[in-house]
Design a protein around this ligand. Structure first.
Ligand code: PDD
Length: 280
């Protein structure tokens, strides 16, 4: 695979970053994941807007222009012959030469890394037909989940807990209310109403979330942006999650209890279809 690091395209085994890079030592970096279907990027513009916001919130320089980011994405898709899959993009605060809690001096070059992951048949993921089972765990992440940082240890632990319990993912719960999934936004459906937590610093402002809510509104579905409990979700008609890589993924079981009739719901199925139709 050919990857990108700081301006160079290299075979992955020749691409290197310093051990003093703040991304490595301090998780001091941000990232984006953009899906590729039929060799085309999905919602690239939305992801770049959020990348710039994440960088600004952490007072990190933005090393490339929008066009440069787009060019690297396109070149990597081409060089790696990606039809379906994703492009991963990471910007860290770079290499100050030593370990120090204080940020490095202005002008220290951020480290930019991009690579592709091929995933043939991504849009036809069979899991969308059967749905995910999930568990709930306490949300023990930091308080700025709106910034897409590479500080992903807690979501990884939650994913491992889900795997150990034989299910697909975990929903994170804070003060009795669901925040989001380990790497996706969480929704329930009651009747014809789609319910999802309102945007704040408590959750990532999903690019897929924004698109799905826009399509739901256009299709005259009702949307309520408010928090909900696991109990309310278990008693809802449907549940689902959204992310750049899962698109719209139905959730059929929460902490061992079937959601609705325990089958993939009509609203989630329709939203997935609309999303894939509109985005390609
Ligand atoms: N995760 N919430 C969290 C905590 C996430 O990590 C993600 C994305 C989302 C959905 O955001 P979007 O629709 O913009 O992908 C919500 C990516 C896919 C990942 O970490 O791989």
């Amino acid at each position: 695979r050919t990857v990108y690091v700081n301006g160079d395209y290299l075979p992955e085994d020749q691409a290197t970053v310093s051990i003093f890079d703040r991304g490595f030592l301090m998780s001091d970096g941000v990232y984006e994941v953009v899906s590729v279907l039929d060799s085309k990027l999905l919602d690239f513009g939305g992801h770049i807007v959020r990348l710039k916001r994440s960088l600004a919130e952490l007072q990190m320089d933005n090393p490339l222009s929008d066009d440069e980011y787009l060019d690297v994405h396109r070149q990597l898709i081409e060089k790696n012959d990606i039809t379906d899959g994703l492009v991963y993009l990471q910007v860290t605060r770079g290499n100050p030469g030593d370990r120090d809690f204080a940020f490095p001096p202005a002008g220290t070059r951020p480290t930019v890394v991009m690579f592709t992951q091929s995933n043939p048949g991504l849009a036809d993921n069979p899991a969308a037909k059967t749905g995910w089972k999930i568990i709930s765990v306490e949300d023990l992440r930091w308080g700025r989940r709106d910034i897409k940082t590479v500080q992903l240890l807690y979501p990884s632990l939650a994913k491992m807990e889900a795997k150990a319990r034989g299910v697909n993912d975990a929903w994170l719960v804070e003060d009795g209310k669901v925040t989001e999934g380990t790497s996706n936004n969480a929704y329930i459906v009651k009747g014809n109403t789609i319910i999802t937590r309102a945007l704040s610093n408590d959750i990532l402002h999903g690019i897929t979330r924004a698109a799905v809510l826009r399509f739901a509104n256009e299709a005259q579905m009702k949307v309520e942006e408010r928090s909900f409990t696991i109990d309310e979700a278990q008693n809802a008609d449907e549940a689902f999650v959204t992310s750049a890589s899962a698109f719209v993924m139905p959730v059929v079981e929460i902490d061992g209890a079937a959601v609705g009739d325990g089958k993939v719901g009509a609203v989630a199925t329709r939203l997935r279809e609309i999303y894939l139709d509109e985005m390609r």
